[in-house]
Design a protein around this ligand. Structure first.
Ligand code: UVW
Length: 320
């Protein structure tokens, strides 16, 4: 449906390219098909110093986690600890061992995560043309599980847009384009190559803890890439398999020109099959890249194999 302020996303994207069918009628991993043995070996060749970086934000942080409005951060609770034995309620095991158990309630999109390719849709169809009714009761098609089964390994390139603009963090609603990414890469002295995993830093999620929850969500508007047909074609021509950022949604919340919310989820994820990784912490990696001048690395990730999941938590590992 159209609203007064924004066109229907299907109209906005009516001429946008699609990769449906490119990897077969039953494909569920989309542009990850661009990553094969050649890309893995090229990534391995970038390992020079043996430095390792993990990109996941802590889960179950009592101070809360930055999540998309309407979602909750992960909550972890103890089911069994020493208090049970102090109260004579702990299980009795031969030999007397005590142990701790806990559980977690978590939105699968509520922490550092891989989105399933079927996570968003319009016109009643998800990635590869599967019917959107296949999402009912769990993702029967294009869930996160096939992505998790495949795993992600390739050449990652960090584009530090915050540093490039001389800021600690990009501002609410601040935008950038593929031209800005190219200028950032040039300033960093790194080349963006075919089939690279693009890792984009904005610094924005640091504001969640700096400003506090209320101010962070007041006028919620993430910085990020903006939609244009040229940008979509750029991603398509580069054969980008995976877009990784330190924001909740990998793109500016409302595209300023069209007024449409999250059009790149539709144009890149639903139509081109580009896999999204969101809510990463890129600060330590960025500081190291600025120090040693190596902005390219081996990127590896394997989200959890959540059956029929719309997404899954992940702790991506970068090796330089
Ligand atoms: C939505 O799809 C609303 O959000 P995300 O991709 O950030 O999980």
């Amino acid at each position: 449906t159209e609203t007064a302020s924004a066109p229907y996303v299907g109209d906005l994207l009516k001429d946008s390219p699609k990769n449906w069918g490119k990897w077969g009628a039953d494909d569920e991993v989309g542009a990850l098909n661009y990553l094969g043995p050649a890309q893995v070996l090229a990534a391995v060749a970038l390992v020079r110093s043996g430095k390792v970086f993990t990109l996941q934000m802590p889960m179950g942080n009592p101070a809360g986690d930055p999540v998309w409005p309407g979602r909750r951060g992960s909550e972890r609770y103890m089911l069994l600890d020493e208090s049970h034995w102090l109260a004579d309620k702990g299980p009795s095991l031969p030999g007397g061992l005590h142990y701790a158990d806990d559980a977690m309630s978590a939105f699968l999109q509520g922490s550092t995560q891989y989105d399933a390719l079927g996570h968003v849709w319009y016109d009643g169809e998800i990635w590869n043309g599967y019917d959107a009714t296949s999402t009912i009761g769990g993702m029967a098609k294009a869930s996160v599980q096939p992505i998790a089964e495949k795993g992600v390994v390739g050449r990652g390139v960090l584009l530090d847009m915050a540093r490039h603009r001389g800021k600690e963090t990009l501002d609410k609603g601040e935008t950038f384009t593929q031209h800005d990414l190219l200028a950032c890469a040039e300033a960093q002295g790194v080349e963006i190559r075919q089939r690279d995993i693009l890792v984009i830093r904005t610094g924005f999620l640091n504001l969640f803890h700096q400003l506090g929850k209320e101010a962070f969500y007041d006028g919620f508007s993430e910085p990020g890439l903006t939609y244009s047909p040229e940008l979509v074609q750029w991603f398509q021509d580069l054969e980008v398999p995976n877009l990784v950022t330190d924001t909740i949604a990998n793109e500016v919340t409302i595209d300023p020109e069209s007024g449409v919310a999250l059009p790149l989820h539709c144009a890149l994820m639903r139509n081109l099959g580009i896999v999204f990784t969101e809510i990463c912490n890129l600060d330590k990696l960025a500081a190291d890249c600025a120090e040693d001048g190596q902005w390219e690395f081996m990127y590896t990730a394997a989200p959890l194999k959540v059956v029929n999941g719309t997404g899954a938590p992940v702790n991506p590992v970068v090796i330089k």
